[in-house]
Design a protein around this ligand. Structure first.
Ligand SMILES: NC(=O)c1ccc[n+]([C@@H]2O[C@H](COP(=O)([O-])OP(=O)(O)OC[C@H]3O[C@@H](n4cnc5c(N)ncnc54)[C@H](OP(=O)(O)O)[C@@H]3O)[C@@H](O)[C@H]2O)c1
Length: 239
């Protein structure tokens, strides 16, 4: 896909990976709709990136927030070419210390949010496929925690393994409608994620820009070339 002029939705655009994705896609000439809860951060980012970054306050786990966001995008731009389901969080700890609220928060953000945003994006993508023979591209940000279980990460593991299954099913369901689905499985990246998770970051993590380079490569692949899954890790996580 040539990203110039394309309508891209990035969830969790206010920090870390989502911010790096937004910066790179604006640079590529896309119109980027950044969805997140912190309105003040969205305004600052629009100030930095200019009018082709359009922030919409949206809690991805809230059905009416997601419906309103996609209604606004469709009325302003008439299409969704790319959806990057990036918003997500972890709350690490022993199972016995995991509150029901923390379990629910991870499920609602990392899985319900992906379901709500994907369902909203697939409708216009399907119509676009009928018109021009290519529907669009959905990229889901899972984690190596979607491939490998580990102590103290059980709730987060469950969401990211869940996202693997969701992505594989959706990829097979939508490919005949000209819609690509890619699932990415990154290891440690230097973002605010670990503060929220209450865990130590690896000594030598990847950068958000490392992951962004692979996102852009994946989106720019030829229409009939579907990169469905990618795992990425730091070479020397302990430095
Ligand atoms: N960092 C890592 O090592 C790593 C590794 C593998 C996978 N990942 C995955 O990468 C993704 C991005 O994480 P990150 O590392 O960039 O962390 P981050 O810097 O903490 O960013 C998380 C983003 O998600 C947004 N968000 C959280 N809950 C949301 C909600 N309910 N609705 C809308 N937006 C929400 C936050 O924005 P607001 O607070 O403004 O809503 C923020 O922009 C996550 O899915 C994470 O699981 C991270």
């Amino acid at each position: 896909m040539d990203l110039k002029g394309k309508i891209v939705v990035v969830t969790g655009a206010t920090s870390g990976l989502g911010l790096a994705f937004s910066e790179a896609l604006v640079e590529k000439g896309s119109v980027v709709y950044g969805l997140a809860r912190r309105q003040d951060r969205l305004r600052e980012i629009t100030g930095d990136l200019g009018p082709t970054f359009r922030g919409i306050r949206c809690d991805v786990s809230n059905e009416s927030d997601v419906e309103n966001a996609f209604t606004q995008i469709m009325s302003e731009s008439g299409q969704v070419d790319v959806l990057v389901n990036n918003a997500g969080l972890g709350r690490f700890g022993k199972l016995v210390d995991t509150s029901t609220e923390d379990w629910d928060l991870q499920m609602q953000t990392n899985l319900r949010g992906v379901f709500l945003c994907s369902r909203a994006a697939v409708k216009p993508m399907t119509i676009q496929n009928e018109k021009v023979g290519f529907g669009g591209h959905i990229v889901n940000i899972s984690s190596v925690a979607g491939l490998v279980g580990n102590p103290l990460v059980s709730a987060y593991n469950a969401t990211k393994f869940g996202l693997k299954g969701f992505s594989e099913a959706l990829m097979k369901e939508l490919r005949s409608d000209g819609i690509k689905v890619t699932c990415m499985y990154p290891g440690s990246i230097d973002t605010d994620f670990f503060t929220e998770a209450g865990a130590d970051i690896a000594a030598n993590p990847m950068t958000p820009q490392d992951i962004t380079s692979t996102l852009v490569h994946t989106l720019e692949a030829a229409d009939n070339y579907l990169i469905s899954e990618i795992a990425m890790r730091p070479l020397r996580p302990r430095g």
